[in-house]
Write a protein that binds this ligand. Structure first.
Ligand code: SAM
Length: 221
């Protein structure tokens, strides 16, 4: 029964990649391989397991969601990670995005402000055998100073603008991928650091839960 379920989920992952990611322009082979490998159904509450590979976000409790597979893939592709890179994620949530990053980079640092989510994600990631992910509880809008600078920073919640501490913690030639804009509708932006200066490129419209914190939306705190 369990072996059958595993095979079914593998098949659903394959369909997710073939029908949701490739036709929408996810072409990076390493990104696609990571999506084929990471068992997304293990990151959602048991009652939503059957929905894990759907083309939409899924509730993970505490009023938060695991983002739609395509959005996770697009943001990951925008980071252009290399094997030796060090990457910071703001908004651990279920831990799924962190697992995808761990397949593509050398070291992953991820922060979450809700204790129950961080603890749950840590358990799942440990069970799956990830050893290159460090988790921290706290306000990720401040970044994670201890391990700076980062080759890439990904923010999986929305901010009014790219937080200054995150821009500072980027390595030269690094990339910050972040939804920016109003609280209910944003633009996915890629901020690049070149010779100490920043450029911002808009990728597409998106809708994310708010980044709650000092350099995010204070009014939701
Ligand atoms: N990346 C997650 C995943 O793979 O499941 C999905 C993240 S969910 C869309 C956004 C997360 O950002 C929520 O878990 C929320 O609690 C978290 N968040 C919001 N503000 C934060 C902050 N200042 N620092 C850290 N995490 C924050």
């Amino acid at each position: 029964m369990i072996a059958k379920q595993k095979k079914e989920f593998e098949q659903e992952r394959k369909l997710m990649v073939q029908e949701q990611l490739i036709p929408r322009g996810i072409t990076d082979k390493r990104v696609l391989a990571a999506f084929m490998k990471v068992p997304r159904h293990k990151f959602v509450p048991v009652r939503y397991m059957e929905e894990a590979y759907g083309d939409y976000p899924v509730s993970i409790g505490e009023g938060q969601t695991i983002s739609q597979p395509y959005m996770v893939a697009l943001m990951t592709q925008c980071l252009e990670l290399k094997e030796n890179d060090k990457v910071l994620e703001i908004g651990t949530g279920s831990g799924y995005q962190a697992a995808i990053l761990a397949e593509l980079a050398d070291k992953v640092y991820t922060t979450e402000r809700i204790s129950a989510l961080s603890k749950n994600a840590q358990g799942v990631l440990q069970k799956l055998g990830y050893t290159n992910i460090k988790l921290k509880l706290g306000d990720g809008s401040l970044g994670w100073e201890e391990f700076t600078p980062y080759d890439g920073i990904i923010v999986t919640c929305a901010a009014p603008s790219a937080p200054e501490p995150l821009k500072k913690q980027l390595k030269e030639n690094g990339r910050l991928v972040i939804p920016v804009g109003e609280s209910f509708s944003q633009t996915l932006a890629v901020v690049k650091k070149r010779k100490g200066k920043f450029t911002e490129e808009d990728i597409c419209g998106c809708v994310f839960v708010p980044l709650v914190g000092k350099y995010g939306w204070r009014r939701y705190a």
